[in-house]
Every structure is written in structure tokens, then in C-alpha cells.
Design a protein around this ligand. Structure first.
Ligand SMILES: Nc1nc2c(ncn2[C@@H]2O[C@H](COP(=O)(O)OP(=O)(O)OP(=O)(O)O)[C@@H](O)[C@H]2O)c(=O)[nH]1
Ligand SMILES: [Mg+2]
Length: 345
């Protein structure tokens, strides 16, 4: 499946309903006055940030969205119905631009947030409105104005507190499925994960944070190889990166040190800002080693990398060490509050 984290859609607000010309016509009432009603306003198109969505892939199937027009006015001073607003759900973290001008229309960062992207047309006036002392039978009315139409460019930047970084098969998806309700596909082939997954990790009854699992990085990712590049930008809004490394001695083709270097080089190449983000080393698959051996390998890896920051040794599969990790993450997030640059990155 091709993951779409960008989409182009056309939005068309409804036209305003026309006002009409009509006169009161009743038996025994000669020269009944004007009674043409106003039209109704056209429906506007709005986007709403929906926490239940995390891809823009729905927009592959439906790309044009039209709100209904306002009803025309009617005789007997009846106003036309207003066209209902059309609300399109998009994932939280969607950035909206005008595709023609590139102008930033808005950034949907909060669940439930609404953004008007096309204004419905205004109603036209019926002839009853034009009645005056000098003109008792006006034949004037105005049409509704057209609804706004525009092409939008949607771009999804996920909002997560913690991002998982690592080579394919490091166990990122296994970790997120172990510690949250997220259920991404897990398999022992590279690029199992094709699009980002978000999971809420609950540490205590009132304490939780959001973790983002993205597709694995490979050498050359920053230049476009594999899938990683287009997802690295999702990590820009996170506050902490977990660099997941498979430390299992599977065979000679895989070396934790080389794996770690590859990821760090891609990170450096991609963005200095991302490379400077707080980052922890997380050695995974400890269950495949004896406990002392796992710790020793993790320590040796840190030494080889010259890594002095926090490091954890876990098994995403068995859950060993993940509670300790989660508590430390929560502590970090509490003591390093988000600043605005995180939200606006
Ligand atoms: N024994 C063991 N196997 C693990 C552990 N974590 C992950 N695996 C296995 O490693 C393989 C890859 O795991 P995934 O979670 O799909 O890896 P990923 O990092 O998400 O990979 P991509 O989505 O391709 O980037 C799967 O076969 C997992 O069962 C672990 O802690 N112990
Ligand atoms: Mg995965």
C-alpha cells in the first residue's frame, strides 16, 4: 500500500440561494405587496482535526468535496434554507495550504479544531426587501453570491511526544504494540511498516504520552532511499527520539554498531535540528541474549559510539525493561515541557 501523507483536494462551498420576485396574490386583495423571500446562505466547507485518523490516505479515493447551495427564496416571504456546512475529518497534525498560492491557511494541531477552508456564498435578497414608500411594487431581487472554491494541499505532520527511530526490523512496531493499543503489522522483513503509527502509552491513570512508529531508515534515506525520508519530518515535532537498535547476534551480516552509525549519519544529513533533539539509545531484543550479555553488549555499543546519554536495554517482544523505559520517558517529558518551537516545527 502506498502511504499518502500528502493530499490535494478540491473544496467547493455552496452558492448562496437567489432572492426572488413575487407578489401577494389573494382573492379580494388587490395590489398585494411584494413578498419574494431571500435565498439561504450556501454551506461552507470546514476541516476538523479528528484524533481517530492518522493518515491522509482516504483522500486517494475522494478528492472533491462540495457543500450544498442555499435554497432560493420563495413567495410569501419565505426564506430559502441555508446549505449545511460540510465538515471533512482530517488527522490531527494536518497542515493546510492553498495549492495555487502556497499560502498557509491553517494548522490543525488540536483534536476537534475546526478550520474554514471555503466560505459559502451569501444569500440574495428577495423583492420584499426593496419595498419603499416610492416603490410599492419593486421588481428587483439579487442573486446569491457564488461559494468559494479552492484547491488545498494537505500535509500531515504527526504530533507525538516520542518518536521511534531505527533500521528496518529493529523492533519499533513491536515496541509500540507492546506498550500501547496501537496494532501495527509486525514481521521479520524490512519495511513492514509503510506508514506512521501512533500509540498512546499509559504509564499511570493520569499519565500518558504519544509514541510514533515510523518506517525504518536505511542507508541513503536522507537522499531518498527507502521510505524513511518522507517520514523523518514527522519526527520533527516530537520531543524525544528513541533510537532502537537490534542487539541480537543473528548472523554476521548484522552489526549493532554499523546499524547505529547508519541511522545517525542519515539523521545528521537530514536535519541538524532533528539530530540535536534529545535522543536515547534503546537496545532491543535482549531476550535473545543472557541478561548479563545483553547489558554488556549494550554498554559496549554505547562505548563504541562514544554515547554518553541515557541508554536502555529492553525486549519489545517480552516487555522486559519497557516499564522502566516508559517511566523515564514520562519523567523526561514532565521535566522538559514542550515549547512553541516544537509545536510550530
Ligand atoms: N526476539 C525478539 N524479536 C523481536 C523483538 N522485537 C522485535 N522482534 C522481531 O523482529 C522482527 C521485526 O520487528 P518489527 O517490530 O516489525 O520491526 P520494525 O522496526 O517495526 O521494522 P520496519 O517496520 O520494517 O521498520 C519481527 O519478527 C519481530 O517479531 C524482541 O524484543 N525480541
Ligand atoms: Mg515496523
Amino acid at each position: 500500500m502506498k502511504f499518502v501523507d500528502e493530499a490535494r483536494i478540491k473544496v467547493m462551498a455552496g452558492d448562496g440561494g437567489n432572492g426572488i420576485v413575487s407578489f401577494r396574490r389573494e382573492k379580494y386583495i388587490p395590489f398585494g405587496g411584494p413578498n419574494g423571500g431571500d435565498g439561504g446562505d450556501g454551506g461552507s466547507v470546514l476541516l476538523r482535526a479528528d484524533p481517530g485518523l492518522n493518515t491522509l490516505s482516504d483522500f486517494r479515493y475522494k478528492r472533491a468535496f462540495a457543500a450544498p447551495r442555499g435554497q432560493n427564496g420563495m413567495g410569501r416571504d419565505m426564506t430559502g434554507h441555508k446549505g449545511d456546512d460540510l465538515i471533512i475529518p482530517v488527522p490531527v497534525g494536518t497542515v493546510v495550504r492553498d495549492a495555487d498560492t502556497g499560502e498557509l491557511i491553517g494548522d490543525l494541531t488540536l483534536p476537534g479544531q475546526l478550520l474554514k477552508v471555503a466560505q459559502g456564498g451569501y444569500h440574495g435578497l428577495g423583492n420584499a426587501r426593496f419595498k419603499s414608500s416610492t416603490n410599492r411594487a419593486p421588481r428587483q431581487c439579487t442573486p446569491g453570491t457564488p461559494g468559494e472554491q479552492r484547491m488545498l494541499e494537505l500535509e500531515l505532520k504527526l504530533l507525538a511526544d516520542v518518536g521511534l527511530l531505527g533500521l528496518p526490523n529493529a523492533g519499533k512496531s513491536t515496541l509500540i504494540s507492546r506498550v500501547s493499543q496501537a496494532r501495527p503489522k509486525i514481521a521479520d522483513y524490512p519495511f513492514t511498516t509503510l506508514h506512521p503509527n501512533l500509540g498512546v502509552v499509559s504509564v499511570g491513570p493520569l499519565d500518558s504520552f504519544v509514541m510514533a512508529d515510523i518506517p525504518g531508515l536505511i542507508e541513503g534515506a536522507a537522499d531518498g532511499a527507502g521510505l524513511g525520508l518522507r517520514f523523518l519530518k514527522h519526527l520533527q515535532r516530537t520531543r524525544l527520539l528513541l533510537h532502537i537498535i537490534d542487539i541480537a547476534p543473528v548472523d554476521d551480516t548484522h552489526d549493532p554498531f554499523d546499524d547505529a552509525r547508519t541511522v545517525l549519519e542519515e539523521l545528521d544529513k537530514f536535519s541538524a535540528e532533528l539530530a540535536d533533539k534529545p535522543r536515547w539509545l534503546v537496545c532491543n531484543k535482549s531476550d535473545l541474549l543472557l541478561p548479563e550479555e545483553a547489558d554488556a553488549r549494550c554498554a559496549a555499543l554505547a562505548a563504541a559510539l562514544g554515547w554518553e546519554g541515557p541508554r536502555y536495554c529492553i525486549s519489545a517482544a517480552s516487555g522486559a525493561g519497557t516499564q522502566t523505559l516508559n517511566k523515564a520517558i514520562l519523567q523526561h517529558l514532565k521535566t522538559h515541557p514542550a515549547n512553541n518551537s516544537d509545536a510550530n516545527a
